[in-house]
Write a protein of this length. Structure first.
Length: 186
């Protein structure tokens, strides 16, 4: 977790290594276990050392959500100009693969995240951009919007623990099956 700059200076804790540790805390203890103090203990540094990178728990949660969003967007790749059906197929594929690493404990951070009004604004903007890409009154665009809403609904249900018995993947399979069925009914 430490970086060595090979110039004889002491290794330092990086923002990225702190995020790795924070993610581990959330995986093992849930969102409630993630505190500045817990992160400092996990990193072997003072609370002030953590606060150098993250001024508050809100800042830390925001950085974790930003990290996950960035990773998701990277997996999604270029989506501008994709037809709505292709965009949603890609979205579901990426959601399926990226969600393998996410559990209800990690999704629970979203609850803390959306308590900040600025975070809500940014989340709305992200969703608006997705729906703009899925705009139009064509049958495919309508089916794509419904599938996206269903997939995102599943994500929100994971926050409240729907996946405790592994049901989430089956429900996502249902969304994908019905979406493809709707596309064929043109």
């Amino acid at each position: 977790m430490m970086e060595d700059d090979r110039l004889g200076r002491k290794p330092t804790i990086t923002r990225e290594s702190l995020l790795e540790l924070a993610e581990g805390i959330v995986r093992s203890e849930g969102a409630a276990g993630l505190t500045i103090d817990a992160l400092a203990k996990a990193a072997g540094i003072t609370k002030g050392g953590v606060q150098y990178s993250f001024s508050s728990k809100d800042d830390l949660v925001r950085a974790l959500i930003g990290r996950w969003t960035h990773q998701f967007d990277e997996l999604l790749g270029e989506i501008d100009g994709l037809p709505p059906a292709d965009l949603v197929r890609k979205y579901i594929k990426v959601m399926r693969s990226s969600q393998a690493a996410m559990n209800a404990k990690m999704a629970g951070l979203m609850i803390a995240y959306i308590q900040n009004p600025q975070n809500v604004i940014e989340t709305r903007q992200w969703y608006r951009s997705m729906f703009e890409r899925l705009g139009g009154n064509t049958h495919d665009a309508q089916a794509a919007r419904v599938a996206l809403l269903a997939a995102e609904g599943l994500f929100l249900l994971r926050i409240v623990g729907i996946d405790e018995d592994g049901e989430w993947r089956g429900f996502l399979d249902d969304v994908e099956t019905i979406f493809e069925h709707l596309l064929k009914k043109r």
